[in-house]
Write a protein that binds this ligand. Structure first.
Ligand SMILES: [Zn+2]
Length: 401
């Protein structure tokens, strides 16, 4: 086992990162502290990982972070850093390493204030590790102001600081920032490779692993959820019934309401799992006694946490709806493939009957319009149209075809 094990179907990226980790290791090991990285080094201070959702952008960044913190004695014997076992590797991978910050925002955007805090942190020398690593999972969510704050830090990094930014594509990142990053592109892993990792790492039985990998078309996270979470399977089954339910206006409105309710439930469940503990932790940190009066000045901090939890709820609901829309698009893409007699692999083989029914009862032009209406729904939500309105407009458009 090594730190790279969770990277699926990304051999070229892995090679580059392993080479960078070797150079980084040599740099720290030699007595060159404080010396800037030279031009010929495969290591650099700012990295940008792009690739489609589910391709493993943040997985690659975390693996690289772990390899940078590797302290395995084997390295001295010519072994590559990133053993996966030593304390540096292990704590980086499970997220408890003091010098690896993974920034995953629960919000729709990352603002100036948070970015300033991060940049300040990034100026520090590593506390225990070899590098100070900041992984920003959603660099595409930086506001323009926040991007400018980050730019300064990326332009003049502290000698032992490494920024790893992740985004869907180059275009999602400010040009000034991306031009200062070394860029790595991850590709959608092959269905077979995803199935393989589910079997090998998660102990999923082969049949289920293949079905999940195929249904999600190389999206590892979604495939894993589908293969291991009964609720996720039930959700998907419900979404894939929508195309059959939009035969009349009543069916459209009902289907829309259910999509919204499901997303709301997801957000609620997530909130129940996380919020209470977070609130307790904050109270403990502020020195409050359970059931007792909170010390003065804590109201502000509590209010801030409540606001954050509220915004996270909004994002969870939005993510859940996004997933449903992705599944719907996949359904109609399959329908189109059938109508055009395309040799493309059908993703949703488990609902072949429904696919056939819709394919036979409609034209390719209708299917294309339906796919467009799903895309339009997502765009409407981006513009902050009320979710129920956007989804109702979509189900009505699916009916019209
Ligand atoms: Zn290690």
């Amino acid at each position: 086992m090594t730190v790279w094990d969770d990277l699926v179907g990304q051999d070229r990226v892995q090679e580059q990162l392993a080479a960078a980790a070797r150079d980084a290791d040599a740099l720290v090991t030699s007595v060159s502290d404080g010396k800037p990285l030279d031009q010929g080094s495969k290591m650099t201070h700012a990295w940008l990982f792009t690739g489609p959702p589910g391709s493993g952008r943040s997985t690659a960044a975390r693996a690289f972070a772990a390899a940078l913190q590797c302290t395995s004695p084997d390295r001295a014997l010519g072994g590559a850093p990133g053993c996966g076992f030593c304390d540096g590797c292990h704590t980086s991978l499970i997220g408890t390493h003091a010098d690896v910050q993974v920034i995953r925002t629960d919000l729709l955007s990352i603002g100036v204030k948070e970015t300033r805090d991060l940049v300040r942190r990034a100026q520090l020398s590593p506390a225990v590790g070899r590098w100070q690593v900041i992984v920003m999972e959603d660099a595409d969510r930086l506001t323009e102001g926040a991007g400018n704050v980050l730019l300064k830090a990326v332009e003049e990094p502290a000698p032992r600081t490494v920024w790893m930014l992740c985004a869907p594509s180059l275009e999602d990142v400010l040009p000034t920032i991306r031009s200062r990053c070394r860029h790595l592109t991850l590709s959608t892993p092959p269905v077979e490779a995803v199935a393989d990792v589910l079997i090998r790492r998660d102990g999923v039985d082969p049949e289920r692993a293949h079905a999940a990998a195929r249904a999600t078309q190389g999206h590892i996270g979604r495939a894993r959820r589908l293969a291991t979470d009964e609720r996720a399977r039930a959700r998907r089954a419900a979404v894939l019934k929508v195309p059959l339910r939009v035969a009349d206006v009543g069916g459209c409105l009902k289907a829309a309401q259910e999509l919204i309710d499901t997303a709301t439930d997801d957000a609620k469940q997530m909130a129940e799992e996380v919020d209470a503990k977070e609130t307790e932790d904050l109270k403990a940190a502020l020195g409050g006694v359970a059931g007792g009066r909170m010390p003065r000045g804590t109201a502000g901090a509590m209010k801030e946490l409540e606001d954050k939890q509220k915004r996270r709820k909004t994002r969870t609901q939005r993510d859940s709806l996004d997933l449903a829309l992705t599944e719907l698009t996949g359904f109609y893409r399959d329908v189109l493939a059938l109508q055009l007699g395309s040799k493309l692999a059908i993703a949703n083989v488990d609902v072949q009957d429904s696919l056939d029914r819709i394919a036979e009862s409609s034209t390719p032009a209708q299917t294309l319009r339906r796919i467009e209406s799903v895309i339009a729904c997502r765009e409407a939500m981006d513009r902050n149209v009320a979710p129920l309105l956007a989804v109702e407009a979509m189900t009505m458009a699916l009916r019209a075809g």
